[in-house]
Design a protein around this ligand. Structure first.
Ligand SMILES: Nc1nc2c(c(=O)[nH]1)N[C@H]1C(S)=C(S)[C@@H](COP(=O)(O)OP(=O)(O)OC[C@H]3O[C@@H](n4cnc5c(=O)[nH]c(N)nc54)[C@H](O)[C@@H]3O)O[C@H]1N2
Ligand SMILES: Nc1nc2c(c(=O)[nH]1)N[C@H]1C(S)=C(S)[C@@H](COP(=O)(O)OP(=O)(O)OC[C@H]3O[C@@H](n4cnc5c(=O)[nH]c(N)nc54)[C@H](O)[C@@H]3O)O[C@H]1N2
Ligand code: SF4
Ligand SMILES: [Mo]
Length: 661
């Protein structure tokens, strides 16, 4: 029996350090590393079952070539050499005929390792293919909104939360998406901090909070403005901080806040006037208020405005200046590593960029040249992209040569011409920096690849060689690539020696200096382009009565764990949650099969009737593959329209009706 330390590579802000026990080449136990201050000795309920993921009987073991229609999932095994010959021959033919822009290839976020993800994108960058603007399905709106206020820089250190006196968990279900931060919240509460949860769903975190505010979906900017109104009215603003560290507040104060009276705020948000008053009073009197902002509030037409307005609150009270206070959306922007060494080793400065959430649209409509070859690693857009019906129609194109690299036969892989078996993170070596904490860490390989699986790195380097690329990173070992990422690195990260990192365990670049602002003015900006506002969502045409709320599953993360039978059963059959009043008027009862439908499509799920959501809202947790549901998947109901900032996905600007199946 051997214990090996590695890093969890799943798309999760915690980026845990893990201790993995291996016996005879098999993973037998996974625990959290007690020497990582945030992991603090425990892994989440998904990852402590990752031996079932890595040894799942559903893993792909060999490359496959399609033998039936696209989408049918009928394949025959082929040899790696034959698969690679076919891929490179097809790519070279397209490049000869149309140039490299006829190809689109990418790796997305299911492997968070900087090399397993970055180097694969570097391959397509070097080839000069069309490029994916990844992440518009996730955080591009939230990031643009945050950056407009604070600049491209990380937020408050999650470890500082233990010194906070008021924690506001705003649009983020820490019980699902950041359990280790939750543990810190509990520590803060033990020292006297209050916890407020603001979420349209009565989440597990909400149930455990000191106070839960069941906000109406999509109205967060109104609440933030209402709070500012009261802080100004009651003289609770920190004028010295506002003057020295921020710009634009005078305009917000004069032109926006007068309208956001407690009564108007209550009317928009669905909260009571006294709740708005009480929240503002608590926020205004806290010295070190810490807001954990989640992406949930950004997934609407005006989601960017929602998130940026919430981001402004700590500027009004000066909490941004105090350790233990401020706001945290993400941290990744503060790791100033030389990412280009892997992501952009060579290749033209610009080619053609395709928005991730419009992938289906691009495959169906782009010309000059059309996209004739698609390569996807670590992403399952046939389930997780909005308008999955369009996405699948695009993947079904007969003249599209599609390669999917994945440990499992995902729904997307079923549309591929060639499927390549990928390793999981436990079978690779990589370097990680968290997006929700300030830790970086080198992750060791724990076991040899299962079956004939190849890591993203190995596949990238082999494809690069066959395509004639000569950039040195395509033939370097991981420790050597790491050195390239630190060449030209800046800030605190640059103080570490890449030669010693592989054996060093977790290291933090966190500090106690208060929020840094990387805006054009160098200050926190209340009015970058436009003033903050609240407006009703134009996607609500009043044709359908229920608004969609999507939230992470507790035992699933998108589709990444769908190969683990235990977790599938824990999560249960894909379901929708309706308030008892809405169920009663439709004559629907708990446990029955229902049909959710709108102009985009229809799906079949199991109904749960609970007051976990407010009337007028229907919650569908996670994005589950069709074969687990009665029929279909939630993104068949969502349009591929853009948010106001960052061209992100608007999953929740979706209205629908529900009927008995
Ligand atoms: N278990 C689990 N963990 C995960 C994931 C998962 O799917 N499952 N996904 C991972 C990934 S890729 C990401 S990006 C992160 C995302 O993690 P988070 O940033 O936490 O974001 P979301 O998943 O968008 O939603 C979080 C919460 O926002 C709430 N919400 C929705 N609309 C609104 C609104 O209008 N206002 C407010 N105040 N709240 C709202 C939802 O009810 C939900 O509780 O989590 C990661 N971790
Ligand atoms: N309705 C709705 N839709 C959403 C969201 C929502 O809140 N609501 N959230 C969005 C968000 S935040 C995100 S980030 C996206 C996530 O969307 P996806 O990126 O599609 O996430 P997964 O379903 O986890 O798919 C990742 C795939 O990568 C594979 N994989 C895992 N590890 C590796 C590896 O090491 N190498 C390779 N090659 N493959 C690997 C997994 O088996 C899986 O098939 O979904 C978005 N979709
Ligand atoms: S909490 Fe997140 S980082 Fe930690 S083990 Fe679970 S998925 Fe991995
Ligand atoms: Mo995400």
């Amino acid at each position: 029996m051997q214990t090996i330390r590695t890093v969890c590579a799943h798309d999760c802000p915690d980026m845990c350090s893990l201790l993995v026990q291996v016996d005879n080449g098999r993973v037998v136990r996974i625990q959290g590393d007690p020497d990582h201050p945030l992991t603090a000795g425990f892994a989440c309920g998904k990852v402590n079952r990752d031996m079932e993921l890595v040894h799942s009987p559903e893993r792909l073991t060999t490359p496959l070539r399609r033998t039936g229609p696209k989408g049918s999932g009928t394949f025959a095994p082929i040899a790696w050499g034959d698969a690679l010959d076919e891929i490179t021959a097809r790519w070279k033919a397209i490049i000869d005929k149309d140039g490299p822009m006829g190809i689109l290839g990418y790796a997305y976020s299911a492997h968070q390792g900087l090399m397993n993800r970055g180097l694969m994108n570097g391959l397509f960058h070097a080839l000069g293919t069309s490029r994916l603007w990844g992440g518009t399905v996730c955080d591009s709106c939230a990031e643009a909104a945050w950056d407009s206020v604070v600049g491209p820089v990380g937020g408050a250190d999650p470890e500082s939360i233990v010194e906070s006196d008021l924690v506001v968990c705003w649009g983020s279900d820490l019980h699902a998406t950041a359990v280790h931060l939750w543990a810190k919240v509990e520590e803060a509460r033990a020292r006297g901090a209050q916890l407020i949860v603001i979420d349209p769903r009565r989440t597990r975190a909400a149930k455990a909070a000191d106070w839960y505010l069941p906000i109406r979906i999509g109205t967060d900017s109104a609440l933030a403005l209402g709070v500012m109104h009261i802080l100004v009215r009651d003289g609770k603003t920190d004028e010295a901080y506002i003057t020295s560290h921020t710009t634009g507040f005078d305009r917000v104060r004069a032109e926006v806040l007068p309208r956001f009276t407690p009564a108007y705020t209550a009317e928009i948000t669905g909260l009571t006037e006294s709740d708005v008053e009480r929240f503002a009073a608590m926020y205004g009197s806290a010295k070190k208020s810490f807001i954990r902002i989640g992406f949930g509030m950004s997934r609407f037409t005006y989601g960017g405005n929602n998130l940026r307005t919430v981001t402004m609150l700590p500027g009004v009270t000066g909490a941004y200046g105090r350790y233990g206070g401020g706001a945290l959306l993400a941290t990744a922007a503060s790791f100033d590593l030389n990412y280009n060494a892997v992501r952009k080793p060579s290749g033209p400065v610009a080619t053609r960029t395709i928005n991730h959430l419009k992938l289906g649209e691009a495959l169906l409509t782009l010309n000059d040249p059309p996209i004739c070859a698609l390569f996807i690693a670590a992403n399952n857009p046939a389930v997780t992209n909005p308008d999955t019906t369009k996405m699948r129609a695009a993947l079904a194109r007969d003249d599209l040569f599609t390669v999917v690299h994945d440990p499992f036969l995902s729904v997307t892989a079923k549309y591929a011409d060639i499927v390549l078996p990928a390793t999981t993170y436990l079978e690779t070596e990589d370097f990680y920096r968290s997006y929700g904490t300030y830790y970086m860490q080198y992750g060791n390989k724990v076991i040899e690849p299962r079956g004939q699986a190849w890591s993203n790195i190995r596949l990238t380097q082999e494809l690069a060689k066959r395509m004639g690329l000569t950039d040195p990173v395509f033939s370097m070992s991981q420790p050597d690539i790491l050195k390239e990422m630190f060449r030209g690195a800046k800030g605190t990260a640059a103080e570490y020696d890449p030669a010693t990192l592989p054996t060093q365990g977790p290291v933090s670049i966190g500090h106690r200096n208060g929020q840094e602002f990387r805006t054009p003015s160098g200050k926190m900006e209340f009015a970058s382009d436009t003033l903050p506002y609240w407006q009703p969502d134009p996607a609500d045409t009043k044709q359908y009565p229920l608004q969609l709320l999507t939230a992470p599953g507790y035992f699933q993360s998108h589709t990444a764990f769908s190969g683990v039978g235990f977790l599938r059963r824990r999560e249960g059959a894909p379901y929708a949650v309706l308030h008892p009043d809405d169920a009663a008027v439709r004559g629907l009862t708990d446990g029955q099969k229902v049909r959710l439908h709108n102009d985009c499509g229809e799906i079949g799920l199991i109904l749960h009737v609970r007051d976990e959501v407010q009337p007028g809202v229907i919650l569908v947790p996670g994005q589950r593959p069709d074969n687990e549901a009665v029929t279909g998947t939630v993104n068949m109901l969502c349009a591929d329209t853009y948010t106001d900032m960052g061209e992100g996905a608007t999953y929740q600007s979706t209205w629908l009706e529900v009927r008995a199946w």
